[in-house]
Write a protein that binds this ligand. Structure first.
Ligand SMILES: [Zn+2]
Length: 405
């Protein structure tokens, strides 16, 4: 993260307002009262110093910014210049100029010039990751504001309880960020939100809030609950140890990737391959970032941008998921699709039974037609086909001790 300090005249900050986002995800909603706004404008007209603002550069050419700290001040200034409110009627003259009850355009031209030329002290953050900015925002707020997840954790309900338990899942021991201010609970809530929705969806604070609200009676034994756990269990098997590449946005992307594939693809037994692929992917991405701009892979550049801001939004999640799945299949091409049908049909069963002479293919015992199991030689969960070639006769005892099918 780099910080460049520069003065911004108010006239410039006003002209460029379309490029300044005062409401990124981690921000509080505007809560300033009219008198707080008026006090700020008066301070500017008296040429008092106002505290530094922090903006984060989110793109260049055209330059665009997110306001990390100072959004209320900025909005108060814009609204004043728009004429949305006037100065207090009882305000004393400033430097001999009458200002009481005046809007921006009512001010003397001297005062307007002074106002327009007043410079905001802005620290522009460049080359930042979203989690660094979130952390910085919290520090700038001195930890006094309640973070959204802290608010959700403070609200009773079955969904809260389920998410709190999920945040203790051993998978979280592998991630490369800590659990300050319920970060794991926040991510666990995002996982639930993605898992309960059929399609990819936004997982911003307001989406999580409504999920908590609509699932106060959430059943921790429901199929939806089991599904989240199943995906997390799988991720834990992929990343059994501390993995430095598991940054916050990656964890959500990987969860989504496994969610997308787990039903239709034979992932069982492929944990190591997926772990190696992901570490390799992050290595390729880091190497590409070090190259000169013109030598970088344009697709990776776009991917990188999508990991840098609004990572909780549908667009970013969807793009990253598609990108990662393409990359996974390009580098681990033999991930098999599961056979859509798991059970052998009657005619397949007859062919298998006759071919194997009605004998268990493991222990050789003769099996009665009414008492044998049609077994997948290559397990169905590992991509084995439900076909005569992949079927065999097993006695119930052997089939049960084989485990899995
Ligand atoms: Zn047997």
């Amino acid at each position: 993260m780099k910080i460049n300090k520069k003065p911004w005249p108010l006239s410039t900050a006003y002209k460029l307002r379309d490029r300044i986002d005062t409401n990124p995800d981690y921000q509080r909603p505007a809560v300033w009262t009219k008198s707080q706004k008026q006090l700020l404008i008066e301070s500017i007209l008296r040429e008092y110093d106002i505290p530094k603002l922090y903006w984060r550069e989110v793109s260049v050419k055209p330059d665009k910014y997110e306001v990390v700290d100072g959004q209320q001040r900025l909005r108060a200034i814009w609204e004043f210049m728009d004429g949305s409110y006037a100065l207090p009627k009882d305000l004393d003259p400033i430097d001999g100029h009458e200002v009481a009850g005046k809007t921006y355009s009512d001010l003397d031209s001297d005062m307007i010039i002074l106002f327009d030329q007043y410079c905001l002290d802005v620290a522009v953050l460049t080359d930042t990751e979203e989690e660094e900015v979130r952390e910085m925002f919290l520090r700038l707020q001195n930890g006094t504001t309640l973070k959204a997840q802290e608010k959700r954790n403070a609200r009773p309900g079955k969904m809260r309880d389920f998410v709190c338990e999920l945040a203790k899942h051993p998978f979280f021991a592998a991630v490369n960020f800590d659990n300050t201010r319920f970060t794991y609970d926040h991510i666990a809530a995002q996982m639930c939100c993605l898992s309960l929705s059929k399609e990819i969806c936004n997982i911003k604070d307001r989406d999580l809030n409504s999920m908590y609200e609509n699932n106060k009676d959430f059943d921790a034994q429901s199929s939806g609950a089991k599904r989240v756990q199943r995906i997390l269990n799988y991720l834990h098997a992929v990343f059994p140890r501390k993995t430095p590449e598991l940054k916050r946005y990656n964890v959500i992307s990987l969860f989504l990737l496994i969610k997308t594939l787990i039903d239709d693809y034979a992932l069982s037994g492929r944990e190591d391959d997926i772990c190696k692929w992901f570490i390799d992917f992050e290595g390729r991405r880091a190497a590409d970032k070090k190259k000169d701009a013109e030598d970088q892979d344009s697709k990776l550049v776009v991917y990188h941008e999508k990991t840098a801001h609004s990572t909780d939004a549908f667009d970013s999640l969807e793009f990253r998921n598609r990108f990662l799945i393409e990359d996974l299949f390009a580098h681990v091409p033999d991930i098999a699709q599961k056979d859509g049908r798991r059970d052998f049909d009657e005619s397949q069963r007859i062919v298998i039974y006759r071919r194997d002479g009605g004998k268990c293919q493991l222990c050789g015992v003769e099996c009665d037609w009414n008492n044998w199991h049609a077994d997948h030689k290559v397990a169905w969960s590992k991509g084995g086909k439900t076909s005569v070639e992949n079927g065999q006769v097993l006695c119930p005892k052997c089939n049960l001790s084989k485990g899995g099918n």
